[in-house]
Ligand binder design. Structure first.
Ligand SMILES: Cc1cc2nc3c(=O)[nH]c(=O)nc-3n(C[C@H](O)[C@H](O)[C@H](O)COP(=O)(O)O)c2cc1C
Length: 177
């Protein structure tokens, strides 16, 4: 845990600063026996190319976090611009059954759910697990990847989603063009 004292106004200011950092949006999926779990994330980055690896940051109290810890595997599904409803569904504090109800998907090599209609997905084996304050930083080594549709991404900026303006156009929140 961090020992440095901080104020709530400092946290709010940092939230406002990070809202100016545009990101893509992904759904992380995991599987524990017959049960699927998943959540929306934008704290995601690639780490190494050889071997291919990436990092996600999850709150320790997310229901999906212990599922990844138990199974040692997870997948990231990169959402397309027209998958805002999928992002909203996986960001809700609802049961995994609700999140996956009637959702088109297929299974990866480890059995984890890979969502249909995404720009691509990477299936990972947990290579490092580093708790930090109320989060855990998870490095995943990619064991399988697939490219999906070739279209515009779902983007998150200023605490909102970019709006598709055509087949390839996106309008960012708070901007006119
Ligand atoms: C755009 C967006 C990005 C998010 N990114 C993260 C993230 O990177 N890590 C995280 O732990 N939660 C993130 N969340 C919040 C989780 O999606 C949310 O808490 C979810 O309900 C957790 O689901 P679970 O408890 O079923 O695992 C994000 C939410 C949104 C809308």
């Amino acid at each position: 845990m961090s020992a440095r004292p901080f104020s709530s106004s400092e946290s709010a200011a940092f939230r406002g600063l990070m809202a100016r950092w545009a990101t893509g949006v992904a759904v992380v999926t995991a599987r524990d026996g017959p049960l699927d779990a998943g959540l929306t994330v934008n704290a995601l980055l690639s780490v190494t190319l050889s071997p291919p690896s990436l990092l996600i940051s999850l709150t320790q109290d997310a229901d999906t976090t212990p599922v990844i810890q138990r199974s040692g595997t997870f997948a990231v599904n990169f959402l397309a611009a027209d998958q805002r409803a999928v992002s909203e569904r996986f960001a809700r504090a609802t049961s995994p059954v609700e999140k996956f109800r009637d959702l088109p998907l297929h299974r990866g090599t480890t059995g984890v759910a890979l969502l249909d209609g995404t720009l691509g997905a990477a299936e990972c084996r947990v290579a490092a697990w580093t708790p930090h304050v109320d989060h855990v930083l998870i490095v995943g080594e990619v064991v399988h990847q697939e490219l999906g549709r070739d279209g515009p991404p779902l983007l998150f900026f200023r605490s909102g989603y970019a709006e598709p303006t055509g087949p390839d156009g996106l309008r960012l929140p708070g901007t006119r063009k």
